[in-house]
Design a protein around this ligand. Structure first.
Ligand code: DGP
Ligand code: NA
Ligand code: NA
Length: 212
């Protein structure tokens, strides 16, 4: 008999919501509970495609907007076989950003609609849980200055937030909105509780395809 599969858990949110910290804490807590768990992040800057993306984000190179969108998507697709393999091996994956960032960030640029942005990611492994770390622009501002990478301005991030709000209306996905202004530990406990529930639910189900 096939063993239980792991769950695909995504953390999303605007920049500085604390996603990376919470991903790390979640993986540690799941492992402590005896669950095989690993962290992944997108963009994965270590691959050849990831290096092109990284150079673009660092403003060392300029790339045409559609091209960049497709590179981000390609970066997820190149890791899709590994994602499926891990899930089937029973490993729960905690992922820092996924296709939702892909759609939210590109569709925040002039001349891009949600539908066009979604298309390249249709069919990726479907998340069992999408945790959205909600942070108002005012709260984000309190966390200090933005960095120097592309997209790190408050105007752009505000548009990104609107796009995320549109994506969250999709009832075919298990979106859970988390208040990221809460203390780090409270937020962690809430994320852990949601994740344990999603893991139990996913165990008996096949891996599905995103937006199909
Ligand atoms: P991070 O490494 O998590 O700081 O993400 C790098 C930046 O790239 C961040 O501003 C969010 C943005 N980003 C992440 N995924 C995508 C994507 O698929 N498409 C676009 N256009 N931007 C993305
Ligand atoms: Na960033
Ligand atoms: Na991050």
């Amino acid at each position: 008999m096939m063993g239980r599969r792991g769950a695909l858990i995504i953390l999303e949110g605007v920049d500085r919501a604390g996603k990376t910290t919470q991903c790390k804490k979640l993986v540690q807590a799941l492992q402590k509970n005896g669950r095989p768990a690993e962290m992944m992040r997108f963009p994965d800057r270590t691959t050849m495609i990831g290096q092109m993306i990284s150079s673009y984000l660092e403003k060392k190179t300029n790339l045409e907007d559609h091209t960049v969108h497709l590179l981000f998507s390609a970066n997820r697709w190149e890791l899709a076989p590994l994602i499926k393999k891990k899930l089937q091996q029973g490993v729960t994956l905690v992922v820092d950003r996924y296709a939702f960032s892909g759609v939210a960030f590109t569709s925040a640029k002039p001349g891009f609609c949600l539908e066009w942005c979604r298309n390249p990611d249709v069919g990726l492994p479907k998340p069992d849980l999408v945790l959205f770390l909600q942070l108002s622009p005012a709260e984000a501002a309190k966390r200090g200055q933005f960095g120097v990478e592309r997209y790190e301005t408050s105007d752009f991030q505000q548009t990104v937030q609107h796009r995320f709000n549109q994506l969250m209306k999709d009832p075919s996905l298990n979106w859970q909105v988390m208040d990221a202004t809460k203390g780090m530990e409270d937020l962690h406990q809430e994320i852990l509780r949601q994740s344990e529930a999603a893991i139990a639910e996913a165990e008996s189900q096949p891996i599905k395809e995103l937006w199909k």
